[in-house]
Design a protein around this ligand. Structure first.
Ligand SMILES: [Zn+2]
Length: 935
């Protein structure tokens, strides 16, 4: 078993990745005037406030005649203070506010901590601070607390872990502080005088020797204010210097072997090597590599081999800092019966593994895996909180200062092969303690009393010796064990952290209906958005049919108005439109209202009788609208020309108008009947509705229209022109208004995603220079625009200038000169500028949706116009990240270069610049002969 289980981290980080995206934790760190180090953590997600005070002294500092004093003081400190003298009032205060407090004494530090609800934090902090400012250390309770410490020790006595730990200590170099009994008991503490306790407190409990961490949902300002007020009175004496030697064990000629009798029925071989860890181990985590290698359980591991040989059932290993002065590397093998008998083989294999490490390169891949796992665990795990987190931060700050404290739990600054080698060099059998733990030892029976000893504090029975001779020499010259090698790279290390893209699902696909659905987990509102297209080949079968469709939809809207008005007042918004495919409906609002409105609308759709008066009024309005088409803005007229050219079938306003004039009321009725004869519905519903409910809504709509479903073959297709390469097409038309318009369309290419991204990038780069040149410098006109657009299957780049002062021909000349220079201009653009454009585009792609409706209509577009590629944005972002300026530049020059360009220029001249002998209609007919089509 490794000291920290990789598997656990892995599973944890994967399952939680969906829950915790970005930490929004704020830190503030500073030193008070008295020298107290302070780390404040503010995080709105914290469910509880917590604090921890770390004091840089522990049981290593116990006077030899007063073992357990540091621990005893820890107990006494928590009783009462001058300001809050009532015994236990601190504990009661916390308990009443969902909290608790605790403390522990380690070898080199002591930590006090509590947690409490956010509301209780200020008073809890004040009570907590008093323990360090004015503790009563009331001696009338001393007896009671000695008894408490004693019973704590009594509890530990039958525990084999504690027993072995103390035995290991007692076998270290005589007189070293590490050999002492750290917990304390009746025997060591009974006669403690109040002065001893106070002297220890005075010597070490001083602000420069301490660090405080406070974590809360309260703001940093508030926390700083609190801490400054409450902790400034902490005494600031210089702490008594304290140091112990790292030299724990004298080498022997041979190795020290200790047989130990446990309380429980356990069989263990335990290897202990005192080691000096590098001072900056907290930055490099070199020591952790030993747990990851020796404690590995995969292919080539020590445990794997021991298990195969039937010698061991478990193994744990790791190097750790036992105090700031020294560390230790430990290997504990759980032995089988056979392993106990053949413990020498087990020992040899353990040492062979260490030999293998010494002869192998620095395991950089393992270090990198640890770093990755720590980073993703930090990123995707629930943010640490409560006393556990506060303790970690306070101890870190006290030990290593404030610089890296935000990263206290995931700091992997750099790998350190030198320190790794240095630790390995210290692993020598002559400087180790080897323990064999078992109930019986056939080679050393209990009745050989002279060989058995008793550890004084726990009463552990043991027999120690120094093994020399051939058993020792056999360990000095170990043959290489080919089965043992470094852990292999972890194949389960996660590499991808992108979340599954939220997308709708297809819930109905049958002849006549294609329906997508997505519930809303983002906005969490009782709202629903619906987009629905009714497709009929009748809609655009002729100009007259389209005129009738527009009449029909306008009449529907008109008769709906009395109902639509209150619906809109109730927060509902809707759009009903005639388009070339048929009728398009968008509906959004509170789901309940949307469902009711939709049901009513479906009833309306079947209405094919309209009042003659209504018909006349609506027809007149539509005629008027179309009659005005030639008088609208010049750029809108040129847009109509572009559409006429690009689509195989397109009806200009004048063509629809001509057909419309002869339409009668009865024709609308006939048309509606034909329209609903054969139908296909494509729709999406997003939001607060269940899939079955949505399905039944759409199916019943279809059924009530009594239409025959259209087959896939019958669905109308709107083919677009493919422009010939290297050929300029020019279209001319004289306008009735006094504005000219130049419109240039470039077909950039088949619109795969990379072309789309590249086109968007150069369009963004061009936009501003084109505008500056044409509008600001040359002052050609008010409307100057350039941009790119997608129309299946092509990407286009368009330039547009509308002018009241220049002819379209003149505009073209000027624009063309500018466009010719563009590729060079782009290629020379400073990379910094290109990066800024890339960033801007990325921001736009990442923009979140504002509403359920916005999301639904985007998804409608993706489902029905963009090949159902719901990962479109993610893919574009990926391409955007990798595309180079050169790639974009080359697409731009290919788009614009005379040899390769596919271009059509629309010249719409104002009446004052009219070209003589030009008839737009004939021109368009001529032009259309050049076309080829793509579906
Ligand atoms: Zn205790």
């Amino acid at each position: 078993m490794r000291t920290k289980s990789v598997l656990f981290l892995l599973i944890f980080s994967l399952t939680s990745s969906l829950l915790w995206a970005k930490p929004s934790r704020q830190y503030r760190k500073f030193k008070l005037k008295n020298g107290l180090k302070v780390v404040l953590v503010s995080d709105a997600r914290l469910r509880i406030s917590s604090a921890s005070m770390s004091v840089k002294i522990g049981s290593l500092a116990d006077p030899p005649q007063r073992m357990g004093l540091a621990h005893f003081l820890e107990h006494m400190l928590f009783l009462a203070t001058k300001k809050y003298p009532r015994l236990n009032s601190y504990g009661e205060f916390l308990k009443a506010r969902g909290g608790y407090s605790n403390a522990y004494t380690a070898t080199d530090h002591t930590n006090y901590h509590f947690q409490v609800n956010h509301e209780g934090l200020p008073e809890a902090l004040d009570r907590f601070a008093q323990f360090f400012i004015s503790p009563l250390l009331d001696y009338k309770y001393a007896k009671r607390e000695v008894a408490a410490v004693h019973s704590e020790h009594q509890k530990n006595i039958p525990n084999d872990t504690w027993r072995l730990m103390q035995l290991q200590r007692s076998l270290l170099k005589k007189g070293h502080p590490a050999t002492k009994f750290h917990t304390g008991c009746n025997r060591t503490l009974a006669g403690t005088k109040e002065e001893e306790l106070r002297a220890f407190f005075q010597a070490y409990y001083t602000a420069p020797n301490m660090a405080l961490c406070v974590m809360s949902s309260r703001s940093l300002e508030e926390l700083e204010h609190l801490v400054r007020r409450i902790f400034s009175p902490l005494p600031s004496r210089p702490p008594k210097p304290f140091h112990v030697s790292a030299d724990l064990l004298d080498p022997v000629e041979g190795y020290r072997f200790i047989r130990v009798l446990p309380v429980k029925r356990i069989r263990q071989l335990h290897l202990y090597f005192p080691v000096q860890l590098p001072a900056d181990d907290y930055l490099t985590k070199t020591s952790r590599l030993f747990g990851m290698t020796i404690g590995d359980e995969g292919k080539g591991s020590l445990l794997s081999l021991l298990k195969r040989l039937g010698l061991a059932s478990s193994l744990s290993a790791g190097a750790s800092r036992d105090s700031r002065f020294y560390g230790g590397l430990r290997i504990t093998v759980g032995l089988t019966q056979k392993g106990l008998k053949e413990y020498n083989t087990v020992l040899r294999l353990c040492l062979a593994y260490l030999e293998m490490l010494k002869n192998s390169p620095f395991p950089l891949h393992i270090w990198k895996e640890m770093k990755t796992l720590a980073e993703i665990s930090h990123r995707y795990s629930p943010p640490p909180e409560g006393t556990e987190a506060a303790i970690g931060i306070a101890n870190f700050a006290n030990e290593y200062g404030l610089k890296y404290v935000e990263k206290w739990d995931h700091l992997f600054l750099r790998p350190d092969p030198r320190s790794y080698r240095h630790i390995l060099q210290q692993l020598q059998i002559e400087r180790a303690l080897i323990f064999l733990v078992a109930k019986t030892f056939p080679d050393l029976p209990r009745d050989k009393k002279e060989r058995w000893k008793e550890e004084p504090w726990y009463g552990t029975q043991y027999a120690d010796e120094v093994v020399k001779g051939k058993d020792y020499l056999a360990l000095k010259h170990l043959p290489k064990v080919p089965q043992l090698h470094l852990p292999l790279p972890n194949p389960f290390l996660p590499r991808r952290f992108d979340l599954i893209v939220e997308r709708p699902i297809l819930i109905l696909q049958q002849k006549g209906i294609r329906l997508w659905y997505a519930p809303d987990y983002e906005f969490k509102r009782p709202k629903l958005a619906l987009a629905l297209q009714m497709i009929s080949p009748t809609a655009y079968a002729s100009a007259r049919d389209f005129a009738l469709l527009r009449l029909y939809v306008a009449l529907l809207l008109d008769s709906l108005n009395e109902y639509a008005y209150p619906a809109q007042m109730a927060g509902l918004s809707y759009r009903l439109q005639a388009n070339r495919k048929g009728v398009f409906l968008q509906l959004s609002g509170y789901s309940d209202s949307v469902v009711r409105f939709f049901t009513m609308l479906v009833k309306f759709l079947k209405k094919k009788e309209f009042h003659p008066q209504d018909f006349a009024r609506i027809k007149e309005r539509l005629v008027q609208l179309l009659e005005n088409a030639p008088y609208q803005q010049a750029y809108l007229v040129s847009r109509e020309s572009a559409r006429k050219f690009f689509y195989k079938t397109y009806y200009l306003p004048e063509e629809i108008l001509q057909a419309l004039r002869s339409c009668e009321r009865k024709d609308v009725q006939d048309f509606a009947n034909r329209f609903f004869q054969k139908l296909h519905i494509q729709a999406i519903g997003v939001g607060n509705i269940t899939a079955p409910h949505l399905k039944s809504l759409i199916v019943s709509c279809f059924n009530s229209l009594k239409a025959t479903p259209l087959s896939a073959k019958e669905l109308p297709v709107f083919s677009r022109t493919v422009l010939p390469e290297g050929k300029d097409l020019i279209y001319r038309q004289n306008l009735l208004t006094n504005n000219s318009c130049l419109r240039i369309d470039y077909q950039v290419g088949k619109a795969d995603l990379k072309t789309q991204v590249a086109a968007e990038l150069f369009a963004r780069a061009i936009r501003s220079p084109f505008y500056t040149q044409m509008r600001t410098r040359q002052m050609l006109g008010y409307i100057v625009w350039s941009g790119t657009y997608f129309a299946k299957p092509f990407q286009y780049q368009v330039f547009l200038i509308q002018s009241g002062t220049h002819s379209a021909d003149d505009l073209f000349q000027r624009a063309d000169a500018f466009l010719a220079a563009l590729p060079k201009l782009f290629a020379k653009m400073p990379p910094k500028m290109f990066e800024a454009i890339r960033r801007g585009y990325r921001e736009d792609l990442r923009k979140p949706f504002h509403s359920v409706a916005e999301k639904a209509f985007w998804w409608y577009n993706v489902a029905f116009e963009r090949g159902e590629d719901f990962e479109l944005i993610q893919k574009k972002l990926q391409i955007l990240q990798n595309i180079t300026q050169d790639e974009v530049a080359s697409l731009l020059s290919k788009t614009l270069a005379p040899k390769t360009r596919r271009r059509i220029v629309f010249l719409h001249n104002a009446k004052q610049f009219a070209t003589k002998g030009i008839d737009g209609k004939q021109e368009m007919e001529k032009l259309c002969q050049e076309r080829r089509f793509s579906p």
